[in-house]
Design a protein around this ligand. Structure first.
Ligand SMILES: *[C@@H]1O[C@H](CO)[C@@H](O)[C@H](O)[C@H]1NC(C)=O
Ligand SMILES: *[C@@H]1O[C@H](CO)[C@@H](O)[C@H](O)[C@H]1NC(C)=O
Ligand SMILES: *[C@@H]1O[C@H](CO)[C@@H](O)[C@H](O)[C@H]1NC(C)=O
Ligand SMILES: *[C@@H]1O[C@H](CO)[C@@H](O)[C@H](O)[C@H]1NC(C)=O
Ligand SMILES: *[C@@H]1O[C@H](CO)[C@@H](O)[C@H](O)[C@H]1NC(C)=O
Ligand SMILES: CC(=O)N[C@H]1CO[C@H](CO)[C@@H](O)[C@@H]1O
Length: 461
């Protein structure tokens, strides 16, 4: 039994100060645990920590946070933003491997997740974007009243302490009413802005893409310098049950389905050698053909074979929402993220492919990684979006939810109170509840979801 268990009592103090904190990072089983707690939070990722922090604001409430992994050591590979991606994978990452991606090249991909108190927030790219107001209105439209943009905005504000960038030449003027200044997450900009950033912003404007002075105002298209979380300073229930010998208490086909990720390619262009790629190497004149295929929506064959009638119904509803989103001017189809070293990474913001993630073992003590199948580009439109992004790159040079919040009849796993269908007191508060991934980096949305979850739980108790 290699599984290492750390029990964190009360609330974890690393991120925020809170009342009556009692941290026991390295339990060997000898902890003096209470016989009961008002709340038990499993997993000290963003969702778990935010919820535990807010619930423990009431000092009379007892909260137990259970996390399998360590406190990170605050070393530079964690704390210095420039070291993103440089951390030793054996330290704070679960580097999982997908199944062979049959819709790409039949090769596996690695898939890293944070493995420490703080979850992926200790090793992600720090990008602090929300996506469009319409992205969240799509959640509401999918059968989740109370989860539209205007419902979530107070929680986006509650989570952040937003600091404005000082450099007027960048034309960043945030809408004050859409930013928080009292929240626990420090949000800011880099002090030094590379010339390449100005060049990029000039270049995209020359290609007709306007500047967006505040990408987080609900209008998420255009070009901008993105704030960071920095101190300004898919398979099936029956199969799974049979294979894993797990007693199924509630049959929810949606568990482990609806897996979405921002599919991304990260080409790096050498500034001095523009001939590395030509447009013809990577794109053809496919835009109209792709659009035609998309609108013909013959997509259902692309779904995982294990999708039952509820999941197919839910997917049809999602597809209708995505179609509406992609016809708007304030919703992005892809993100082009420029770095100072010449990388112009293209990510699909609203993917139509759906993957799966399922347990390989019925026991967490086997410490077996899950069977993870992202099914990247199983809907060909996702890869066509990537092609369009690469095509734009080329022009520029020549001048990145398995427990979805959806109605149960639509393949959902949790209700709008984030409660797992068929249970009384089991809730999920993490990225898996997103019925559709928003067109932005997901961490700020997870903070907002968790802030709202804490309020919902407080109201219900
Ligand atoms: C467990 O940890 C406690 C506190 O660190 C220590 O006193 C105790 O000896 C340990 N017990 C075992 C079985 O290792
Ligand atoms: C991937 O494997 C499947 C099944 O073995 C095969 O039909 C398909 O052609 C392969 N795709 C590629 C790109 O090799
Ligand atoms: C918010 O950030 C400012 C500096 O930008 C800092 O002075 C202030 O203490 C921070 N507030 C909170 C609640 O963290
Ligand atoms: C950035 O551009 C400015 C204006 O063209 C130039 O003066 C400066 O030397 C450049 N900085 C670097 C580090 O290349
Ligand atoms: C296309 O999508 C619409 C709306 O979701 C649906 O009513 C229609 O049946 C779909 N058509 C095909 C060919 O799947
Ligand atoms: C690495 C480091 O020094 N981080 C500090 C940045 O500033 C915040 C807020 O003052 C501190 O909490 C961090 O420890």
């Amino acid at each position: 039994m290699k599984f290492f268990l750390a029990l964190l009592l009360g609330v974890f103090a690393l991120l925020w100060p809170a009342l009556s904190i009692h941290i026991v990072p390295h339990s060997n089983g000898s902890l003096p645990l209470r016989t009961s707690y008002d709340f038990i939070v499993i997993g000290a990722g963003i969702g778990g920590l935010v919820v535990a922090n807010r619930l423990s604001e009431d000092a009379s409430v007892t909260v137990l946070v259970v996390e399998a992994r360590d406190l990170d050591d605050r070393a530079e590979d964690v704390t210095v933003p420039g070291n993103v991606g440089q951390e030793n994978p054996s330290r704070y990452e679960w580097t999982m491997t997908t199944t062979p991606q049959e819709f790409l090249d039949n090769r596996t991909r690695s898939f890293a997740q944070g493995r420490a108190v703080g979850g992926s927030s200790i090793m992600n790219g720090l990008c602090w974007t929300r996506g469009s107001a319409a992205d969240y209105d799509a959640w509401r439209n999918l059968g989740n009243p109370g989860w539209g943009w205007s419902d979530l905005l107070p929680y986006f504000l509650k989570s952040e302490n937003y600091t404005t960038h000082a450099d007027a030449s960048l034309h960043l003027s945030p809408t004050h009413s859409k930013h928080g200044r009292q929240g626990p997450v420090q949000v800011g900009y880099p002090r030094y802005v590379y010339n390449q950033t100005y060049n990029f912003l000039d270049g995209v404007q020359a290609l007709g893409i306007p500047l967006n002075e505040d990408l987080n105002s609900g209008y998420a298209t255009g070009a901008s310098l993105v704030p960071s979380s920095v101190t300004a300073e898919n398979q099936s229930r029956a199969d799974a049950r049979a294979a894993l010998d797990v007693d199924v208490l509630v049959h929810l086909p949606g568990v482990g389905s609806n897996l979405q990720d921002h599919t991304m390619v990260q080409p790096v262009y050498k500034y001095t050698a523009p001939a590395v790629f030509t447009a013809l190497d990577i794109v053809g004149d496919t835009r109209e053909a792709v659009k035609a295929e998309y609108f013909a929506n013959r997509t259902v064959e692309h779904l995982p074979p294990t999708y039952d009638v509820t999941l197919r119904a839910g997917y049809a509803a999602q597809q209708a929402e995505i179609r509406a989103l992609l016809s708007r001017r304030d919703v992005s189809a892809y993100e082009l993220m420029v770095t100072s070293w010449g990388q112009l990474a293209v990510s699909v913001m609203h993917t139509l492919s759906r993957g799966t993630v399922h347990a390989r073992s019925s026991s967490i003590f086997d410490n077996e990684p899950p069977i993870l199948d992202l099914r990247l580009c199983s809907h060909a439109f996702d890869c066509e979006i990537l092609r369009m992004g690469l095509e734009f790159n080329d022009r520029l040079i020549n001048t990145d939810g398995t427990a979805a919040m959806m109605p149960r009849h639509a393949g959902g796993v949790v209700d709008t109170g984030l409660r797992v269908y068929g249970t009384r007191n089991l809730r999920v508060v993490d990225a898996s509840i997103m019925p559709l991934i928003p067109g932005g980096h997901i961490q700020s949305a997870i903070y907002a979801i968790a802030e709202k979850a804490a309020d919902i739980i407080k109201q219900d108790n």
